[in-house]
Write a protein of this length. Structure first.
Length: 206
């Protein structure tokens, strides 16, 4: 999976420049692929919990990562706005109804707040630094790529910090987010199912 992470990074600029702009639109191919990857993260976390069923604390910790994946999926789906008909279509793609204009809109942010607080409590309550050091082995390559791609997406491409990339900023931002999500499931696969000595092509990140 790390080789795929590297491949996605190599393809960032060629595809970011060559792909048609509608690929990066809301509800477009790249965002839908992101949702598929994040959904795979849900399945991997569930499987990791089962794999660690002999350690109740680690099993619960993996189960508590599932709401994190679901929250990110909700964000990518604009909390369900993409399932409604677009209000209009602009140069950056379809514009969907605001969250306030949807019948359940008033409940979205309170629900997100409650789920976030409960999830953070669950993660904190079952977190053990000693066990993390013993059982987790975040691969260096995926860890570094995740950090760099997140910085590129949120601080470079989203804010158009590099003028030369401005015409392609939306595509580059969405592709960078896709890299982040892929690196996340790659890390879950290593940490959830492999022992420290089985990191493979990577060295241990911590």
């Amino acid at each position: 999976m790390t080789w795929i992470s590297l491949l996605l990074v190599v393809l960032l600029f060629p595809l970011g420049i060559l792909l048609p702009s509608w690929w990066s639109w809301e509800n477009g191919p790249i965002e839908n692929t992101q949702v598929v990857i994040l959904s795979a993260g849900v399945v991997l976390s569930w499987s990791a919990a089962y794999h660690n069923r002999d350690d109740n604390q680690m099993r619960k910790l993996w189960l508590w990562t599932i709401p994190v994946w679901l929250l990110i999926i909700g964000r990518e789906l604009s909390w369900g706005r993409v399932f409604f008909d677009p209000v209009t279509v602009g140069p950056d793609g379809p514009i969907f109804p605001s969250i306030c204009a949807i019948w359940y809109g008033r409940y979205v942010y309170p629900a997100i707040t409650i789920v976030t607080i409960v999830t953070l409590y669950g993660l904190w309550h079952n977190f053990s630094w000693i066990k993390i050091k013993q059982r987790w082995c975040i691969p260096t390559i995926d860890g570094i790529l995740l950090i760099l791609a997140a910085i590129a997406a949120q601080l470079v491409f989203e804010r158009d910090l590099i003028a030369a990339f401005e015409p392609y900023s939306q595509m580059l931002e969405e592709w960078s987010e896709l890299i982040v999500y892929w690196c996340m499931i790659s890390i879950v696969r290593v940490c959830g199912f492999k022992r420290t000595g089985d990191v493979g092509m990577n060295e241990r990140f911590f």
